[in-house]
Design a binder for this molecule. Structure first.
Ligand code: PLP
Length: 430
């Protein structure tokens, strides 16, 4: 598969090159040249296939020929060594639990897949690659965990001081080895801006190979299409039209769902569920796209003011506003509404949702008001104990800590504080 840049001012390139570069030389996001649907029989027979078999078939065309089939099989098996259960709340609403991986966030899938691809591409290379990543919460932990100990790859994570949860901070600052954490005196947008500046800084990029592990990287973004298929496998006997409500920040996850749809997965509609950071909700109702500085919310992994993957979503709909609106709705919810939803889910269904999942649940409810005959699946993108303060306060119940979380809580945080891009640059060169 070849990839082109959405800015259309850079040459088309291979999967390998797109993964190593992250962003195209013209600063555009890479997008696959073609999407070939899988045969209908593949979706009819999902029951007969394991998760790894499904993932292998679904991703093959996007990585071929750069990764041999036998290696790809190993990569997907290692990536998917945990479960993806669908839990039904009632006849109309289910949740797809994406938090059973090592850092208890859906980003584990993309991070683990990308780390293994980069490890393969780098196996006989003497030049080190530096993965530079900004995180508003979960990316850092998932990337740190996924890349820990991968030879020839250094990871530098920027996170906004005081704006990630305690558990999230522990997950990205306690691993050591090839993982370094930078605590930025600023917001997530400041972190993301510093990372972008670094990629554009030739005095830096001439000295080191930098790449990104945010969802702009095709190896982080594409494997997220797997679990939409896993959900369908568990749900297709409902015989209802299936919609997915995706709690969205940078819009990589919902965009990956749309890739699964292009492969032929019968998804009727997508809902991008947002917190107060509502650029896309506004866009779909006014046709005006106005990026804004992010505002802080209790669903902090979605505090994004200018979602980087939205351009891919527009591309997939031929940059046609009406076509996009047919396939995607977007709703925005306040922290108050999110807290009420967490209480409602607990009271009505005896289920504990984290704030991101709760925003997704609210998206389902809004969708079902206009489309009551549908079945809506909201993605539960993080385990509730990752947001312990809010969860315990709202449902007034102590939460047991899962072993993955307990393991990091006692470890000591190691992070370097930085204030500016110059600090970042001297850290990278130093
Ligand atoms: C990253 C993240 C999101 C947002 O995903 P995008 O792909 O950036 O839209 C939602 N929930 C959680 C818990 C996350 O970590």
């Amino acid at each position: 598969m070849k990839y082109y840049s959405l800015n259309r001012k850079a040459p088309n390139t291979t999967f390998k090159d797109a993964v190593i570069k992250g962003l195209a030389p013209d600063k555009g996001l890479y997008f696959p040249e073609r999407i070939t649907p899988l045969p209908k029989s593949f979706f009819d027979d999902l029951d007969k296939l394991s998760h790894s078999e499904i993932a292998f078939e679904a991703i093959k065309q996007f990585v071929s020929p750069d990764i041999p089939e036998a290696t790809l099989k190993t990569i997907v098996e290692e990536t998917l060594s945990f479960d993806f259960p669908v839990v039904s709340l009632d006849d109309s609403i289910s949740t797809l639990e994406l938090f059973h991986g090592p850092t208890m966030a859906f980003k584990d899938v993309g991070a683990r897949f990308m780390a293994r691809c980069l490890g393969y591409f780098n196996k006989d290379n003497t030049n080190e690659v530096t993965v530079l990543v900004a995180t508003s919460g979960d990316t850092g932990g998932a990337v740190a965990n996924g890349f820990l100990g991968v030879k020839g790859v250094n990871v530098v994570i920027l996170y906004p001081s005081g704006k990630v949860s305690d558990i999230q901070e522990k997950q990205l600052t306690t691993l050591g080895q090839n993982i370094k954490a930078l605590e930025v005196n600023g917001t997530f947008d400041d972190c993301q801006a510093m990372v972008k500046t670094a990629f554009l800084d030739e005095s830096l990029t001439s000295k080191m190979q930098l790449t990104s592990a945010n969802s702009i990287n095709v190896a982080r973004w594409l494997p997220q299409l797997f679990y939409f298929i896993f959900a369908y496998k568990q749900l297709h006997n409902t015989h209802k039209d299936i919609a997915f409500s995706v709690p969205s920040g940078n819009f990589g996850n919902v965009c990956a769902g749309m890739m699964a749809q292009r492969l032929g997965l019968p998804i009727k509609h997508f809902i991008a569920s947002n917190n107060a950071n509502n650029v896309v909700t506004q866009y779909l109702s006014t046709k005006a796209y106005n990026p804004k500085p992010s505002v802080q919310t209790i669903s902090n992994a979605m505090d994004v003011g200018d979602p980087s993957n939205f351009i891919r979503i527009q591309e997939m709909h031929g940059n046609d506003f009406e076509a996009l609106k047919d396939n995607l709705s977007s709703y925005s919810f306040t922290d108050e509404e999110t807290r009420s939803a967490m209480a409602e889910i607990h009271d009505n269904y005896n289920y504990v949702a984290d704030p991101h999942g709760a925003v997704g649940y609210l998206g389902c409810k809004s969708h079902l008001e206009t489309t009551p005959e549908a079945h809506c699946v909201f993605l539960e993108t993080a385990h509730p104990t990752k947001f312990l303060d809010v969860v315990e306060e709202v449902i007034d119940e102590k939460q047991p800590l899962p072993s993955q979380i307990e393991a990091v809580m006692g470890k000591e945080k190691v992070a370097t504080k930085i204030d500016s891009y110059d600090d970042l640059k001297s850290f990278l060169l130093g």
